[in-house]
Design a protein around this ligand. Structure first.
Ligand SMILES: [Fe+2]
Ligand SMILES: [Fe+2]
Length: 118
């Protein structure tokens, strides 16, 4: 993931990278669940910061988080029903880029806001 040079945000992004790099396809739904759990914490952390500082772009950012989590949950649900093909493809080729785009376009605005306040 892109580094924003903002330690408050970068820590979760680095952990997310690590989870994707070490993703265990032999225990697919467990690894996927762990990724979702981590993403929920990651997003809740950012939402907490935005609320704390009354960040203007809160709602847009929150909605984007909800969209990504919804998408991840749908693919996990498919995998739990035994349809792992699309879910595996999503982990291999979809979710990393999806999160990276979010970091570039949305988290970057929050990082800039935090830097300007400091
Ligand atoms: Fe983030
Ligand atoms: Fe975010």
């Amino acid at each position: 993931m892109l580094s924003l040079n903002c330690p408050e945000l970068d820590a979760y992004h680095k952990e997310c990278d690590d989870l994707l790099v070490s993703f265990d396809y032999t225990h697919f739904t467990d690894s996927f669940s762990a990724l979702i759990k981590h993403t929920k914490e990651h997003f809740a952390h950012e939402e907490g910061i935005m609320q704390e500082f009354n960040f203007q772009g809160y709602f847009e950012h929150f909605e984007e988080h909800q969209k990504i989590l919804g998408e991840m949950s749908q693919f996990l649900a498919m995998a739990l029903q035994g349809n792992t093909l699309f879910a595996k493809n999503y982990i291999k080729n979809g979710v990393g880029e999806r999160l990276d785009i979010h970091i570039r376009n949305i988290d970057s605005q929050l990082a800039m806001f935090l830097k300007n306040r400091a």
